[in-house]
Ligand binder design. Structure first.
Ligand code: GLN
Length: 197
């Protein structure tokens, strides 16, 4: 199995390190041809406007949309913004997932924070909370269940912060910045299942 990590800007090295630590071949994606022979793609956190601008410049938008049409994609933080169909403002987006996202939803005062998140779909998720690191994070305003999207985790106040739609996964937070690899394992399981079908 080979998983690519979009390496235009942001926290791509951390994803590569954690993937390799669980025995997955991980490669940096910068050009359309880097998508060839990949089984899955991760779009990292960083700055969604910068990622979008560079993706347009590198001619990656349509190739990534074509890739996503038949392969698993996981967006963390800025990556989640980039995958959303609706963010209420104008910037280059892949725009594949039926979610509405609000950028920088926790305001300027709260730059970053960590919470223990209940994520039932993870291995041992009911017993062991996931340490979720939020950095100038977006939230999910709408997860369109009619289109097949489901919420996977919420903050205590009910705010949705992780969702899945078929083989697409999004998280508001940064699982690559913690020692807990269960979200990466979960994505690897999605990729494995997609490969079998
Ligand atoms: N605030 C960033 C954005 O709007 C996302 C932050 C992150 O990825 N940590 O793109």
């Amino acid at each position: 199995m080979r998983i690519g990590v979009l390496a235009l800007q942001g926290a791509f090295r951390e994803h590569i390190t954690i993937l390799r630590s669980i025995g997955i071949e991980a490669i940096e994606v910068r050009l359309p041809e880097d998508l060839d022979d990949l089984d899955g793609l991760i779009i990292p956190g960083g700055e969604s406007t910068a990622i979008g601008k560079l993706a347009v410049e590198y001619g990656l938008m349509d190739p990534m949309r074509e890739f996503a049409a038949h392969s698993p994609v996981w967006g963390t933080c800025a990556g989640m913004i980039f995958m959303a169909k609706d963010i209420g403002s104008d910037q280059p987006l892949l725009g594949i997932m039926d979610i509405a996202v609000e950028r920088n939803a926790f305001g300027r005062q709260i730059d970053s924070f960590e919470v223990d998140l209940h994520v039932p779909v993870l291995s041992n998720g009911d017993q062991a909370p996931f340490p979720a690191v939020f950095i100038r994070a977006p939230i999910l305003l709408t997860v369109n269940e009619g289109a097949g999207a489901v919420t996977l985790a919420r903050l205590e106040d009910g705010t949705a912060v992780a969702a899945r739609q078929a083989n697409w996964l999004v998280t508001s937070f940064h699982p690559e910045l913690t020692g807990d690899n269960r979200f990466h394992q979960y994505f690897v399981n999605i990729v494995e299942t997609a490969n079998e079908s």
